[in-house]
Write a protein that binds this ligand. Structure first.
Ligand code: AMP
Length: 284
């Protein structure tokens, strides 16, 4: 991988990188589009990283379809598809890992102990293998994007981090590889997350300035049959609960819909309306 990147760099090409766990959807492919705008060659990696899954999580069941991913990546103009095996990534158990720090103590980090150590460790490894000029991440995973951006700054990685807007279905559901788990009524129930974020956004635009009041408003919308709320909080870019709300404040939400855990977020000043909406195929 590194030899390919270095050869491209010698030819004067800038390298863009999109790390994923595969089962590609339009959200991933928009990151590819963004990488193509920012670089001359695009690398997309597919690696379902065992390090970031808890023992009771869906590592074994995580959806995989390499042949479909391969053709989607090719169609979208990916120049290099990097699919390392678990043995290549972790020939021995990694004893040294990236300490994720206080930004990982809350929200997803609290719900999934060790998750962000696993994420940052694999992202650090991938950045060393690919040596990109720019790496593109989705705002859909807001806490992850903030942590990666901070790791790259704090540990002096030689790449830029670009964060691209969330891609949604026309009805508001944020695209996720895990949406395949949503069958029957769960698909409709899952709309509660984006609806709750929109309720917060609208209340804020309507003049409600108290963060706890806004959170209560969101929770009322989130609590619907089939949905088990985990959190709905207003945070800053360091994932700290805000005392005062402004346009940069982010409403983050997590809930279980049936057995599927979903997350979503909105930057209040930008609003869900500025995210990208796409029609997906019936197969998805
Ligand atoms: P994953 O394959 O779920 O690990 O995601 C790989 C990358 O795609 C991450 O940077 C995610 O934030 C991003 N991503 C996943 N879903 C979306 C979405 N709906 N919109 C934008 N980016 C996304």
């Amino acid at each position: 991988m590194r030899a390919w990147s270095r050869a491209e760099r010698i030819r004067g090409h800038r390298i863009g990188f999109v790390p994923t766990m595969g089962f590609l959807h339009e959200g991933h492919l928009r990151l590819v589009d963004r990488a193509k705008e920012r670089a001359d060659r695009v690398v997309l990696s597919i690696f379902v990283n065992p390090l970031q899954f808890g023992p009771r999580e869906d590592f074994a069941a995580y959806p995989r379809d390499l042949e479909r991913d391969r053709s989607l990546a090719k169609e979208r103009g990916v120049d290099c598809l990097f699919v390392p095996t678990p043995d290549a990534m972790y020939p021995t158990e990694p004893l040294v890992r990236v300490h994720a720090g206080p930004m990982a103590d809350t929200l997803e980090g609290a719900a999934r102990p060790g998750h962000f150590v696993g994420v940052l460790t694999v992202v650090a490894k991938l950045l060393h293998m690919v040596e990109p000029d720019v790496a593109v991440f989705g705002r859909k995973d807001f806490q992850q994007a903030m942590l990666v951006r901070r790791m790259v700054a704090d540990l002096d990685f030689a790449c830029e981090v670009e964060i691209a807007p969330t891609v949604r279905e026309l009805d508001g559901l944020a695209l996720s590889s895990r949406n395949v788990y949503l069958k029957g009524d769960d698909r409709r129930a899952a709309l509660a997350l984006s609806r709750a974020l929109r309720a917060v956004e609208q209340a804020w635009r309507g003049g409600e300035a108290d963060p706890r009041g806004l959170e209560r408003r969101g929770m009322e919308t989130l609590k619907t049959p089939g949905v088990t709320p985990e959190y709905l909080t207003l945070v800053d870019e360091l994932l700290r609960p805000v005392a005062r709300v402004d346009a940069k404040t982010v409403a983050v939400v997590a809930a279980k819909v049936g057995a599927t855990r979903l997350i979503d977020n909105v930057v209040l000043g930008e609003g869900i309306g500025t995210d990208v909406s796409v029609r997906t195929t019936a197969k998805d």
